[in-house]
Write a protein that binds this ligand. Structure first.
Ligand code: ADP
Length: 334
């Protein structure tokens, strides 16, 4: 069997794995997505056919990798993990394709980062379970046609818009993962506190959930911090007071925004007078990568209606001004 490639996220990746649900049934939230995937998985199992290719999109930390690792367990098949960032040429992808057992899953994280040549190499693999390999060069070049086992590709990306239409269209199942509700996050925090053997009061669990920007990965990180704080500064138990103190020390505000989120809002307010401002200009001013803003910072702020996106750029909303304790200008557009 091919090696299972690590996620390349260092320690955080391993910590993520410790709290990651093993089965889809253990996942919290995303009910509509869960139900649709479950039907497709059941049907594939009953017919003894591979599951259709699946594409997940959504901001980081919402469960794309979790779905991708739970689905093969539920199917009872093997899983290979690759990343679009490291598949630079068709030859990098080929071993994964030839190693894929019948019915197995190949998870490609950051699939939008695949170079065009690799993408095109993948089309016949996805459609007809075959690849065309070119040997030699120039006049002596030959193409060998190789048959693959029928298998499933699960792709993950932060935005489907980053994928070319021909690649997107080759996924039979496309699912968008959205932010989690506070009750869902509270459930995740409570369960994971149990896994971490942390005694947590229900109001403290709700507080951590409220401060996690709708994102399970952030909830897990905040929970670990609360646990450290409780161990170091209290008697180990996470009361509401302990959770509040721990989160305040990270600079998390009551809405769950962290210093970087607030810096983004402050930049639009102070430098661009509330906007509209282009994301490139904001990123430049903040000395931050544009992708970090569009993929990690903005989705939750847009969803919380603190900013809006218009053709002319990002603009603070009434709520955005209020959150910063400011009054919008007189002629404020509605
Ligand atoms: P993504 O691949 O979208 O960046 P992950 O699947 O790695 O996100 O999720 C990050 C962490 O959040 C996981 O390790 C897991 O602990 C937690 N998590 C994500 N989705 C769920 C869920 N639906 N239920 C419980 N925990 C979840």
């Amino acid at each position: 069997a091919p090696p299972l490639h690590a996620q390349g996220q260092g320690e955080e990746g391993e910590q993520d794995a410790a709290l990651r649900p093993k089965r889809m049934a253990d996942m919290v939230g995303q009910r509509a997505v869960y139900e649709r995937i479950k039907i497709a998985v059941d049907a594939a199992k009953m017919r003894g056919e591979p599951l259709g290719h699946v594409l997940f999109d959504g901001p980081p930390g919402l469960g794309k990798t979790t779905f991708a690792t739970c689905i093969p367990r539920d199917l009872g098949v093997t899983l290979q993990i690759a990343s679009g960032a490291t598949l630079g040429a068709p030859k990098d992808l080929l071993p994964y394709l030839t190693n894929a057992e019948a019915g197995s899953v190949l998870f490609i994280d950051e699939i939008h980062r695949l170079p065009k040549a690799v993408e095109e190499f993948m089309y016949p693999a996805m459609e007809d379970f075959r690849v065309d390999i070119t040997l030699g060069e120039g006049v002596s070049a030959r193409t060998i046609n190789m048959t693959l086992q029928p298998f499933t590709i699960i792709g993950a990306t932060t935005r489907t818009g980053l994928l070319s239409a021909p690649l997107r269209d080759r996924f039979q199942i496309r699912e968008h993962l959205d932010f989690y509700s506070e009750p869902e996050l509270t459930e995740i925090v409570t369960r994971n506190a149990g896994k971490l053997r942390l005694e947590i009061d229900p109001p403290a669990a709700a507080k951590v959930a409220m401060c996690s920007r709708g994102t399970p990965r952030i909830a897990n990180n905040r929970l670990r911090w609360v646990r450290d704080y409780a161990t170091s500064r209290a008697d180990g138990a996470a009361t509401l007071k302990v959770a509040e103190e721990a989160l305040a020390m990270l600079g998390i505000d009551p809405m769950g925004l962290d210093p970087q989120d607030r810096k983004y809002l402050q930049t639009i307010l102070r430098v661009f007078r509330g906007g509209p401002a282009g994301v490139e200009a904001i990123a430049h001013t903040m000395n931050t990568a544009i992708d970090t803003l569009t993929d990690e910072v903005e989705p939750f702020l847009l969803r919380s209606e603190l900013v809006v996106r218009s053709p002319r750029g990002r603009r603070l909303t009434q709520l955005g001004y209020a959150h910063l304790g400011e009054t919008p200008p007189e002629e404020f557009p509605e």
